[in-house]
Design a protein around this ligand. Structure first.
Ligand code: HEM
Length: 893
């Protein structure tokens, strides 16, 4: 109907010969757009979308401001109608005309662009490191690589305790007890690939394997791109930290090097740039999440060998001269800092192979292992190997519950707290005095908060289940045992161990839901992201015609696409329709809803990089008391004095209620340059026994990425299908007025980038990438469009963490940069797509009927709606709010 109307309009315009005059108007552009400006889904890496649309498309979706934005490196959709603040909405007469409204075109266009990106990311950015990559490229027995579903590399090895149970030497398939619940080490989530996502599997990559480890200078392209300018400590990470990460602070601001004032009086102040819409709880939420998804460290350790951390050289222009003692003093960096080297799993030269004339590596130059399960299985709470499992204490009076003990806090709370670790529970002395749970590293108030909250939630679910069992003991619980799948298990027959595992499934799914539909849309606070993330979880097609409209168009394109294997892309679009969660849960095959897109699931190293969000943390907590006027800040408590065991003490002393209030009312640090917490630049690390006993964590963020071979920022963007930058000036937000203070600040930072990373005389004969081509089809060279021989910025050398924080131009409401978002689009979907317990095994046979309802309805009392339309939509009371009201009932007031 809509298309017909547009076609009718177009025919009329053409008939009356008006089109040439309307060509550059919105109407003319929309006509041209409707008649064929839709792009094909790219078949080749060099044809990728890059988030940039045709001129007509931009004009139709966002008017002249969107057309102008096409000249920037940043994705176009952020300038479409209605994708930003109120001012981004068209108020013209036509905006009242339903489907003709520019606002609808804008939002639908943004969703369409994001879906194109996701399809391309799934097609071009999956690179496994566990030995399956050659088949991904070549295919297997006539099956395209991207359609392969079972890999021999993911069989359980001989000697594994479950080796015989899954079939030993024969074809392996998990069955029986192994497939009922989430297993401690993450095996058997995928029934036919037992090892996938389990503890100790290699991190994957999202960039071609030969594009990793640019510092090694393994090929001409890399050498052309970076010369000899890169090294583990080059440019110097501590110099980067001090010049580009240190928080700017006014003189006499009573920060006292992040230690605040005696008595924690509220007059203390450590300046930081605050994010507009996110609170401190959101910062610690994401750390709590990352501890579930990935860790490079084992028991908080790396290798025993220590290495230097910089504070030794500066100024690339003159070839890295040593820092003078005076410069060291001015920068306040520490040459004697040492840190333990990363664990490396494989570093021998990788085997290569040739396919259709191209040479490939079978894995990255070096690999590292994920020391926790990659699944979203709440392993930070429940464990990921034997030792971490012993830290999970069950209640001896009811083994279905986690052990919680009474603590007398100032807030006089009714619910208990996690017990303390015993010396036999850990190998890292720094953890002594903390709460007992699976992942205790980098312990702080925020982590303690969420661990206690979800331990309480676990027990509340168990209580609700027991009440149900008491009221209806003979009723079918929904649970089944795969060894006898037709036998009904009534409520009274669910054993405590089974109930414990069901509660774990429920808690993990609640956490995933909170993250997907609550945390993420708040981090990306705009209309398209809100719709997109909700579509991921529960599907919105039926409720949101805009999404439906956008997806119809992608599907139409795919149907015309000549690609041999469209399965992956079809699946991506299809899943956005009904939602990923519960996909295939109405079919008999409990493993049938997952899709790994031909590449076994694990997080890539690049994913870890974009979660380096340390600038979110303030230096001082603004502490408030619920019973004593919550609007008044009573204390400023230094974060550095609430780490490790002191976190546990502070949580016990003040209570979860006041910490919820305080962290919920304080804004977190903006993700931008010059905004890292001071205390993290001098974090005490006694276990390292170095001369200073300290490390600069922001500097370490850079060192670790270099150790793990993450490409530098510009190539990283190219590889992820985003436009490159051609100088440091490109970072400056083009929407800022000429002399605005923010523009002045950004210009100063650009100056510092030039000082730290330097410039060089470019040579246009040097080709620097194979990831993309210039707009005219020529190869991208060292001059990036500047005249041959001119002095150009070393933009290619910028570390990803620096680059992503320097992205001052962002889509409206985005706390993160578009580069980070691009990494999330791919991996956030994949961790749902690949997990049987979120797709085909999200059903009562595993979760029980109560469990499924609890996840779908955010608790035991049915759906609860917010009053009015808090974000322009009728929304349910968000799942975290429901959890907080259950687990900290004192917050009700
Ligand atoms: C008081 C708070 C925090 C402390 C003391 C802390 C400390 C650290 C330290 C020492 C490391 C380096 C480990 C190593 O490679 O040797 C690290 C890594 C990391 N941190 Fe934090 N951190 C804190 C909060 C956060 C927050 C809020 C986030 C947000 C997501 C975060 C994300 C990360 C990530 C992604 C890594 C890399 C982990 C890996 O390599 O597997 N951290 N942190």
């Amino acid at each position: 109907m809509k298309k017909l109307a547009l076609i009718g309009l177009a025919v009329l315009l053409l008939f009356f010969g008006a089109y040439p005059f309307l060509r550059n108007t919105q109407l003319g552009s929309c006509v041209a757009y409707a008649f064929g400006s839709f792009r094909e889904v790219a078949q080749e890496r060099s044809e990728r979308f890059l988030g940039k649309v045709h001129e007509d498309t931009a004009r139709c979706r966002g008017g002249e401001q969107a057309v102008a934005w096409r000249l920037t490196p940043w994705v176009d959709w952020q300038r479409y109608w209605a994708t930003g603040a109120e001012e981004s909405r068209s108020t013209s007469l036509i905006s009242k005309l339903g489907f003709l409204s520019p606002n609808r075109r804008g939002v639908a266009g943004a969703l369409l662009d994001m879906e194109y990106q996701r399809i391309e990311l799934l097609r071009f950015n999956l690179f496994d490191n566990s030995g399956t990559f050659e088949e991904y490229v070549r295919g297997r027995n006539g099956t395209a690589g991207s359609a392969i579903k079972i890999w021999p590399q993911l069989r359980l090895p001989r000697g594994h305790s479950a080796y015989v149970a899954v079939g030993g030497d024969g074809s392996q398939q998990c069955r029986g007890e192994l497939i009922r619940f989430r297993n401690l080490t993450g095996i058997c989530n995928d029934i036919t690939n037992p090892l996938m996502g389990s503890t100790g599997q290699p991190f994957a990559r999202n960039v071609p394997l030969d594009a990793t480890f640019p510092d090694l200078g393994k090929n001409d392209i890399v050498i052309n791109r970076h010369g000899d300018r890169l090294g583990l400590l080059q440019p110097d990470p501590q110099v980067i930290s001090r010049k580009l990460f240190s928080r700017a602070k006014a003189p006499n601001n009573y920060c006292n090097d992040a230690h605040g004032l005696p008595g924690y009086v509220p007059e203390a102040n450590c300046d930081y740039q605050k994010a507009p819409v996110l609170n401190v709880l959101a910062a610690f939420w994401i750390q709590f999440m990352t501890h579930d998804w990935f860790s490079h460290l084992e028991e908080g350790h790396n290798q025993s060998e220590l290495m230097a951390m910089g504070c030794s050289t500066q100024d690339v222009n003159t070839g890295q001269t040593p820092l003078s003692a005076k410069a060291v003093q001015q920068l306040r960096c520490r040459p004697a800092d040492r840190v333990d080297k990363s664990y490396i799993a494989a570093d021998k030269p990788p085997v290569t192979f040739t396919h259709e004339g191209n040479q490939y590596l079978t894995r990255a130059h070096k690999t590292t292992l994920n020391r926790v399960t990659a699944w979203w299985d709440a392993s930070q709470i429940y464990g990921y190997n034997d030792l971490s499992g012993t830290r999970v204490k069950r209640d001896p009076n009811d083994p279905a519950k986690l052990l919680l003990e009474p603590v007398i806090t100032r807030a006089q709370e009714v619910m208990g707290y996690l017990p303390l670790l015993q010396p036999s529970d850990y190998t890292n002395p720094q953890w002594s005095g903390q709460e007992s749970l699976a992942f205790p590293d980098n312990w702080n108030i925020g982590l303690s908060f969420f661990h206690n909250v979800f331990a309480r939630e676990h027990n509340i679910f168990v209580d609700a289940f027991r009440q149900q069992a008491a009221a209806f003991p003979e009723d079918d619980s929904g649970l089944r045992n795969p060894t006898n799948p037709t036998a009904v298990i009534s409520y009274k027959d669910v054993a405590p161990d089974e109930l414990f595992e069901v509660a774990r499934l429920v808690v993990a799914a609640e956490i995933a839901k909170i993250h997907t539909i609550e945390w993420t849309p708040q981090l990306l606070y705009n209309e398209p992201a809100y719709l997109g993330m909700n579509a991921n979880w529960s599907g919105l097609v039926s409720k949101h015609p805009l999404v439906e409209n956008a997806l119809e168009k992608v599907l139409a394109r795919l149907a015309k696409s000549s690609s041999g294997n469209k399965a992956a892309a079809w699946y991506s679009v299809f899943a956005t329709g009904p939602g990923i969660v519960g996909l295939g849960n109405n079919k008999p095959d409990v493993n049938g809803g997952v899709n790994h897109f031909g590449s076994p699931f694990n997080f890539p190293e690049e994913f870890v990089t974009v979660y380096r969000l340390h600038s979110m943390i303030p230096d001082l907590f603004e502490f408030r008391e619920l019973r004593n006027d919550p609007n008044v800040i009573r204390y400023k408590i230094p974060v550095v004095e609430t780490l490790q065991a002191k976190a546990t003490q502070a949580v016990h002393r003040y209570g979860l209620t006041d910490w919820a209030l305080s962290m919920g009312r304080q804004r977190l640090g903006k993700l931008t340059l010059q905004n890292h917490p001071l205390f993290l630049q001098s974090l005490s690390m006694p276990r390292l026994k170095s001369a200073t006993g300290k490390i600069d964590v922001p500097a370490l963020d850079i060192i670790r990425d270099r150790e793990r071979g993450v490409p530098r920022f510009n190539e990283f963007r190219r590889q992820y299908g985003l436009k490159q930058l051609t100088s440091f000036d490109d970072f400056i937000d083009p929407t800022l007025s000429k002399n605005s203070p923010e523009r002045v600040r950004q210009r100063q930072i650009v100056g510092l980038l030039r000082e730290v990373y330097g410039q060089h005389k470019c040579e246009d004969s040097k080709i620097i990438t194979t990831a993309q081509l210039n707009d005219d089809g020529s190869k991208i060279n060292d001059c990036l469009g500047h005249p041959n021989g001119s002095l150009v910025d070393n933009i290619e050398d910028v570390d990803v963490v620096v680059g992503m924080l320097a992205e001052f131009a962002r889509p409206h409401g985005f706390a993160i940069s578009e580069t980070q978002f691009q990494v999330f689009i791919l991996n956030a979907s994949r961790r749902l797509f690949s997990d049987r317990f979120f797709t085909s095994s999200f059903r009562p046979e595993f979760y029980t009927k109560l469990g499924v309802r609890w996840v779908n309805e955010n608790g035991p009392d049915g759906k609860v709606m917010e009053k009015g339309k808090p974000n322009g939509h009728e929304i349910e009371v968000s799942p975290l709010k429901r959890v907080l009201l259950r687990t900290i009932p004192e917050l009700k007031t």
